[in-house]
Design a protein around this ligand. Structure first.
Ligand code: ATP
Length: 240
């Protein structure tokens, strides 16, 4: 078995004629935590979309567990264990919390496993359990983010990609979200974290990838990162 859960090799990608990524290559190890950082517009979300099959690269290859998945639709990439919690709050606003979860879990899983997944979601996010009858559209931003995260965890993924989970959240809620990410990591899932709160991301990650203008400018340990690079990253995000 390969030790690599995700590999991008020579990936270029964009939107119409606009090119957002240039020859991007990296590997993520099973069970590892990687922070993907860089300035606004560097291409971080684009990498996340390519990795989860939401965007097909114009060149290069994407491999999940050593299997080539380039050009596969997102639903098929999900079936190989890659889950993506995208930026924003992708929940069904007019359904309550429980129906949001049921709709996702019972569509993807046999009845018994779906019921177990529901229990697991409530254990992991007690706030959602408390609010199970509340309409998702009336939840706070942080709670909606947790619900979105709970929905992609129906089946424990091999790799979870999270995009700007903490954006606009109160510090206490960010603590909860990061506690949940730690638990997910401890259960064996690898994480790829796109995050504006640089310090938080670096606390959790052992692997750091920095993107600038669609190109990788650093790929290595997040622990041994130079003071110069760390202050550069922090300067890009003065709020972290
Ligand atoms: P941020 O930190 O601001 O979210 P990012 O590093 O995630 O930025 P991307 O969202 O990947 O960057 O965007 C990379 C480039 O691609 C940007 O110049 C952006 O304007 C462009 N882009 C992103 N999404 C689209 C789209 N749907 N259509 C056209 N251009 C896009």
């Amino acid at each position: 078995m390969t030790t690599t859960v995700l590999e991008l090799s020579g990936v270029s990608a964009g939107y119409g004629r606009f090119r957002a990524l240039f020859d991007v290559s990296f590997c993520l190890e099973h069970g590892s935590v990687t922070a993907l950082l860089g300035p606004n517009g560097a291409g971080k979300s684009t990498v996340a979309r390519v990795a989860s099959g939401l965007l097909t690269p114009s060149a290069g290859r994407v491999l999940v567990n050593g299997e080539e998945v380039t050009g596969w639709p997102a639903w098929k990439v999900v079936s190989r264990g890659v889950a993506h919690a995208p930026e924003g709050r992708p929940v069904f606003a007019t359904l309550d919390v429980e129906d949001n979860l049921r709709l996702t879990f019972f569509r993807q899983l046999p009845r018994k496993e779906a019921a177990e997944a529901l229990d697991r979601a409530y254990e992991r996010f007690p706030r959602l359990a408390e609010r199970r009858s509340q309409l998702a559209g009336t939840l706070s931003g942080g709670e909606q983010r947790m619900l979105a995260l709970a929905r992609v965890l129906a089946v424990p993924p091999k790799l979870l990609i999270v995009d700007e989970l903490s954006l606009g959240l109160a510090p206490r809620t960010v603590d909860e979200v990061f506690r949940a990410l730690r638990e997910i990591r401890d259960s064996g899932t690898a994480l790829l974290i796109v995050e504006q709160q640089v310090s938080r991301a670096l606390e959790l990650a052992e692997h750091l990838i920095v993107l600038r203008q669609g190109r990788i400018t650093y790929d290595g340990s997040s622990v041994q990162v130079s003071d110069e690079l760390r202050s550069e990253l922090l300067a890009v995000r003065p709020d972290s």
